[in-house]
Design a protein around this ligand. Structure first.
Ligand code: DOR
Ligand code: ZN
Length: 348
C-alpha cells in the first residue's frame, strides 16, 4: 500500500500558546487538521467564556489566508470555577469542554485544582449539561514516582469522579500506560482517551539515548516498552473510544535545553505523518481513519469533517529546527526520516 486517503482529521488535544508563539505554530496544525481542541493553559489561564472567546479570535486572526481551521475552545478548571461558568460555556457554540489540571501536574498548572472534592458542584453541572471533562490524569504528590502518576490518578481520582458522576462525559487525555488502556477499554461509553503520536513512537529509553534528550521529555512522561505496545494496540485496534490528540506542546530550544527543561514535545509539524508511522509499525491501517477522523467527532457529538486528505509513502526528513520567537523550536524527530508524507503538505 503506497497511498492512504482518509476523511480530513482533527486533533483532539493541542497546545497553541499565544501571541507570537501561537502565530509561529498555528499554521502547522491548520495544514493537516480541520479542527483541534485547544488547551487552556495560558498564563493567566482561559478561565471563562469571555477568555475563551477572546483567545479564539486571536487564533482565527493568526490563521494563514484561506484556512478553514476551527479552534474548539476549552476552559481551565480552577478552585474558583463556578457552575455559572459552565452554563455560560455550555450555552456558547465555541467551548467544547473544561480541562482538569491537578495543581502542579505539568506546564502552567499552578492555577489548577488543589482538591477535586471542591469541584463537586461544577462536575454536577457539567454532568447535567453533558459538558465534556478533559483530564490531565496524573496524581501530583511528591511521594509518587513520576512513572506511576497516571496509575495512581486512576485509583485515587478518576474512579471517584466516575462513581460520583456516572453520566459525565470524560476524555482521559494523552494516556501513556497499559493500565490506562485497560481501564478505558473496560469502562462504559462515557469515557474515552486520546493518544499522542510520540507515546506511540517512543518509550522512556528515548529520553536517555546516549545522553539526556530533553526534546523527548513531556508529561505524562514516556513509559516502558510494554506500555507503548499497549497504546499501539489501542490506537490501531478499532475501539471507538481511543482517538488522536497530539498534545503538541511547543517550547523554545532554550527553554527545553536547560538545567530545568520544560515538559512538552512539538509534534504538530508532522503530526499526521507521525501517526501514519505508528500505524505502519502496528502493521494495520484498517482503523487509521476511525482513529484520526471519525471516533473523536463521534465522542464529542460532532459530525466528521467533509473532504479527505491523502498520505503517500515517501521518505522525507524532518527539519532540524523551526522558526520560533527568541530561540528556535525543535520538532519531534528533528533531522530524522519519516516514511509517509501528506500530499500537498508544504512542510518540507
Ligand atoms: O508535556 C506537556 N506539556 N504536558 C502537558 O500536560 C502540558 C504541556 C505544555 O503545555 O507544555
Ligand atoms: Zn496537553
Amino acid at each position: 500500500m503506497n497511498e492512504l486517503t482518509i476523511t480530513t482529521p482533527d486533533d483532539w488535544h493541542l497546545h497553541l500558546r499565544d501571541s507570537s508563539r501561537m502565530e509561529a505554530v498555528v499554521g502547522d496544525t491548520a495544514r493537516q487538521f480541520r479542527r483541534a481542541i485547544i488547551m487552556p493553559n495560558l498564563v493567566p489561564p482561559v478561565r471563562n467564556v469571555d477568555d475563551a472567546r477572546a483567545y479564539r479570535e486571536r487564533i482565527l486572526a493568526a490563521l494563514p489566508p484561506g484556512s478553514h481551521f476551527q479552534p474548539l475552545m476549552t476552559l481551565y478548571l480552577t478552585d474558583n470555577t463556578s457552575p455559572a461558568d459552565i452554563d455560560a460555556a455550555s450555552d456558547s457554540d465555541f467551548v467544547f469542554g473544561a480541562k482538569l489540571y491537578p495543581a502542579g501536574a505539568t506546564t502552567n498548572s499552578d492555577a489548577g485544582v488543589t482538591d477535586i472534592a471542591r469541584l463537586d458542584a461544577v462536575f454536577e453541572r457539567m454532568q447535567a449539561r453533558g459538558f465534556m471533562l478533559q483530564v490531565h490524569g496524573e496524581a501530583t504528590g511528591s511521594e509518587i514516582d513520576v512513572f506511576d502518576r497516571e496509575k495512581v490518578f486512576i485509583e485515587r481520582s478518576l474512579e471517584r469522579i466516575r462513581a460520583q458522576f456516572p453520566e459525565l462525559p470524560i476524555v482521559f487525555e494523552h494516556i501513556t500506560t497499559r493500565d490506562a488502556v485497560e481501564y478505558v477499554a473496560a469502562a462504559d461509553d462515557r469515557l474515552a482517551a486520546t493518544i499522542t503520536p510520540h507515546h506511540l513512537l517512543i518509550n522512556r529509553n528515548a529520553m536517555f539515548a546516549g545522553g539526556i534528550r530533553p526534546h523527548n521529555y513531556c508529561l505524562p512522561i514516556a513509559k516502558r516498552e510494554v506500555h507503548r505496545q499497549a497504546l499501539l494496540q489501542a490506537a490501531s485496534g478499532g475501539n471507538r473510544r481511543f482517538f488522536a490528540g497530539t498534545d503538541s506542546a511547543p517550547h523554545s530550544q532554550s527553554d527545553k535545553e536547560s538545567a530545568c527543561g520544560c515538559a512538552g514535545i512539538y509534534s504538530a509539524y508532522s503530526a499526521l505523518e507521525l501517526y501514519a508511522e505508528a500505524f505502519e509499525e502496528a502493521g494495520d491501517f484498517s482503523h487509521f481513519e476511525a482513529f484520526m477522523s471519525l471516533s473523536g467527532p463521534a465522542f464529542y457529538g460532532l459530525e466528521p469533517n467533509t473532504g479527505t486528505v491523502t498520505l503517500e509513502r515517501r521518505e522525507w526528513t524532518v527539519p532540524a529546527t523551526l522558526p520560533f520567537p527568541d530561540s528556535p523550536l525543535i520538532p519531534f524527530r528533528a533531522g530524522e526520516v519519516l516514511h509517509w508524507k501528506l500530499r500537498g503538505n508544504t512542510n518540507e
